[in-house]
Write a protein that binds this ligand. Structure first.
Ligand code: FE2
Ligand code: FE2
Length: 239
């Protein structure tokens, strides 16, 4: 099954990259995900970290995401495509949160234990989300390389290097902040939320894509996108 999913996703990205307008569309989706932390108040709450080391890691993480926004803006400029700010409902982070119970938002009056739990939940959320995004970047970089868009592949690769680091430290920190049993339960809860969001997000975005590009997308490609989406949605039940 993994090989089938691999080749379907690879094909999907190659199709998107083949046309600058659809390529711009997917780069804007990525960019909107990178911008998400700037649009909410509860992502990198470094002031409430229990150690100076974690506070510094959270500040670094926030700065990395700001840098990624600039890298995707640059990629869009390279393609001569406009920057388009997505509605929050079209941002993957927001979709993941719609399947996530509870809140990360730390209040001044929260006792140390509640602050710790909210930070751990945020980091587990970030871990699963960034893992998915990093996988998507790998498909995208490969598609760019194959079609000779090495400048964009290089920009996405710089982003992916940071995302891989984020995936590592977020998981490790959840296990530092909580007992082993609590950490496993929190990781599990956010893994499930992300998996459900992934299906919902792909369905919504394939529909949005077809609504927007039906006129300029040849019929056989429209069918291909529909088939790709169906296979990914079905496969998603098993991954
Ligand atoms: Fe990022
Ligand atoms: Fe990241």
């Amino acid at each position: 099954m993994a090989n089938v999913i691999d080749s379907v996703k690879g094909r999907f990205h190659r199709e998107l990259v083949a046309n600058p307008v659809t390529h711009g569309w997917v780069l804007n989706l990525y960019r909107s995900g990178e911008r998400y932390p700037q649009r909410v108040c509860d992502y990198f709450q470094s002031d409430f970290a229990p150690t100076q080391e974690l506070a510094a890691q959270l500040r670094q993480h926030a700065a990395d995401e700001d840098k990624h926004v600039r890298l995707f803006s640059q990629a869009l400029k390279t393609l001569e495509q406009p920057v388009i700010e997505a509605d929050l409902g079209d941002v993957f982070n927001e979709v993941v949160r719609s399947f996530t119970p509870g809140t990360f938002h730390i209040m001044e009056g929260d006792p140390a234990e509640v602050r710790r739990r909210k930070l751990a939940n945020f980091l587990a959320h970030a871990h699963h989300l960034e893992k998915r995004v990093a996988q998507s970047f790998a498909y995208h970089m490969d598609a760019c390389e194959r079609s000779g868009k090495s400048e964009i592949a290089r920009l996405v690769s710089r982003t992916k290097t940071d995302e891989d680091r984020h995936v590592q430290y977020t998981r490790a920190t959840v296990f530092d902040l909580l007992t082993h049993r609590e950490a496993q339960a929190v990781m599990d809860q956010h893994r499930r939320a992300e998996a459900r969001a992934n299906l919902s997000f792909s369905q919504r975005q394939v529909r949005a894509f077809l609504a927007q590009f039906a006129a300029t997308t040849p019929k056989h490609r429209q069918w291909l996108f529909r088939i790709c989406a169906t296979i990914m949605e079905t496969a998603g039940q098993y991954v």
